[in-house]
Design a protein around this ligand. Structure first.
Ligand code: KG4
Ligand code: ZN
Length: 334
């Protein structure tokens, strides 16, 4: 069978990325240009600045990717792009780049949902097998999704308020850590002990999550300690917060795996890089006899390889878009 090469383009937030993936599972070359240094001074992503940075970098990122792969556009079979959800201005840059390339080189255009992309980052570990449960944990999403086939998604549950990554970033901010705070809280947590008492959120029989209560509890605790003139033990607070955040995710994930009788768990999204979550998921899956897959660190956070991988399966299903394709800041996963 002929090898299929997909060019992926991702620009939904503050990373401009292009990647070439062979047959959905073999990453040939990936280039990621991150804007973190620019947004750090504002404590979060500034959408208007993000769009402008994408405009500045997209051409160079594409050229660098082709060069790294030692390939030309003629050798590409199709172009997959993130259609949404994300920052609309940022998404539109990737969309226009993809459309332009598709038109010039007469290649099929394949729209991909950002979360589908995160899920398919696991294809670089081994091809997805079904049925599986995907635990999606990112800056914008916290969801449990059941898949019985390629690109078939059934949402079992989701956060009722904040996403877990968002909660990590806000907790980091109140602790005086720079954006994005998730990895820094994770790092501190490994040096501390669980000494602060924080509430375990949403203990019910649904597959939903809630993080705003936990976030408020950390903020209140910090303010209270400050008022008393006490110094916050950052390592211990990070460890205490991480313990509860991870525990609440594991409880709901375990509930879904057991009740739905699903033999495989994959973790997707930026928070999949979290060491505490990785360890806890590993232990839970060993106990349940469930097969666990977590993407390599590089492919946990936003990247175009995951978009190209999902794009390959969409390509095989015959999904094609026309030139009037649009981007959407919110987009249901289906
Ligand atoms: O998937 P992603 O790159 O972007 C979205 O689609 O949202 O996820 C970014 C999120 C940020 O909130 C970041 O703080 C969080 O993932 N994150 C982490 C870790 N690495 C990234 N959160 C906790 N622990 C980490 N090690
Ligand atoms: Zn993402």
């Amino acid at each position: 069978m002929k090898d299929i090469y997909i060019l992926g383009i991702e620009s939904s937030c503050d990373e401009t990325s292009c990647s070439i993936v062979k047959n959905g599972t073999e990453e040939i070359a990936t280039v990621i240009s991150s804007q973190i240094d620019i947004h750090e001074q504002f404590g979060g992503v500034v959408p208007e600045i993000a769009s402008r940075e994408h405009v500045k970098h997209i051409t160079f990122v594409l050229e660098a990717c082709l060069q790294k792969a030692n390939m030309t556009m003629e050798e590409i079979d199709a172009i997959a792009l993130t259609q949404g959800p994300g920052l609309i201005g940022s998404l539109l840059i990737g969309l226009e780049a993809a459309k332009t390339l598709a038109y010039i080189y007469q290649k099929p255009l394949i729209p991909i949902h950002h979360i589908a992309g995160h899920i398919y980052a696991n294809s670089f570990v081994e091809p997805l097998q079904f049925p599986l449960l995907a635990l999606v944990v990112s800056g914008g999403h916290t969801e449990l999704i059941k898949m019985t086939d390629h690109l078939t998604f059934e949402r079992l549950g989701a956060t009722l308020d904040d996403a877990v990554g968002e909660c990590y970033d806000k907790v980091a901010r109140v602790m005086g850590l720079a954006y994005p705070g998730g990895p820094k809280v994770d790092q501190l947590a490994s040096q501390g002990s669980v000494t602060y008492s924080l509430p375990l959120p949403l203990q019910d029989h649904s597959y939903n999550f809630s993080f705003s209560g936990l976030k408020s509890a950390v903020i209140n605790l910090c303010h209270h300690e400050q008022q008393l003139g006490h110094e916050i033990r950052k390592e211990d607070l990070a460890a205490s917060f991480q313990h509860v955040a991870v525990e609440s995710i594991i409880i709901k994930t375990k509930q879904a795996l057991e009740t739905e009788h699903i033999p495989r768990l994959i973790i997707a999204g930026g928070v999949a890089a979290n060491k505490g979550l990785r360890q806890a998921a590993q232990a839970m899956c060993e106990q349940l006899g469930v097969k666990l897959s977590i993407p390599p660190f590089l492919f946990c956070t936003d990247n175009a390889a995951m978009i190209a991988s999902a794009g390959y399966y969409a390509y095989q299903l015959g999904r094609r878009a026309s030139y009037d394709l649009n981007s959407y800041s919110s987009l249901p996963l289906q």
